[in-house]
Design a protein. Sequence first.
Length: 254
Amino acid sequence: RAAAKEMGVHYQTAYQWVRSGRLPAQMVAGKYVVASTDLQALKARRQAPAAPAPPSRTRVERDADRMHQALVDGDESEVRRIARRLVEEGLTVVELIQSTLVPPLRRIGQDWHDGQLAISVEHRAAAIVDRLLGELAPNPRGRRRGTAVVASVSGDLHSLPTSMAAVALREANWHVHHLGADMPGAELLRFCKEHRADLAVISLTNPETTALALDTAEQLRAQGTMTIVGAPGLTLTHLIEQARTATAARTPPE
């Protein structure tokens, strides 16, 4: 009863905490005895701010539809507002990209391909998202996993996928050099060697550059840089998992 009074709850509540193990106690002479240190620890845990529940799947899908309309309209303020609110409510930047930005961009790209939207609308939407990613780029605390370089090779002119990969790796605690699109293979090799890159990520969106991307990847691996080449259907989650697996395989056991 004294512990319950200290906590400001009914004594039966305190009793349930003891029975469940949430509040450590010992039986002494037919009564539960609670250490003041354990009581204060429980009080601190109960008073600590709880992390908000992340947005539900239904909510994210609804916001993806709203994001699509904002991108079609070129409403950059609305795009920022939707994205920032979702991140503030617990969505990671990678989740935001995969669930709320990529689906609208794909719809816009398909509508342009089908002749329902002008190419200017598609380009404007991509530029808005690229600027948004620059603002949302995370800078997590803690030791970096390593140094990563992100680029696409000569002839692959789409920079947005490289921006998304760079943001994903930064959120996963990599130090990232983002070189963007249309990077000559020889320069990518030189840069990775000069900066002692642990990982190179080559974005691949133009099928005509596949051979060059794969050849550059082989040369990077030959000089000691782990390399991942993008492919249709791969997600940022796949990228992070591949990077983690490659790093684990390279790290010698203690």
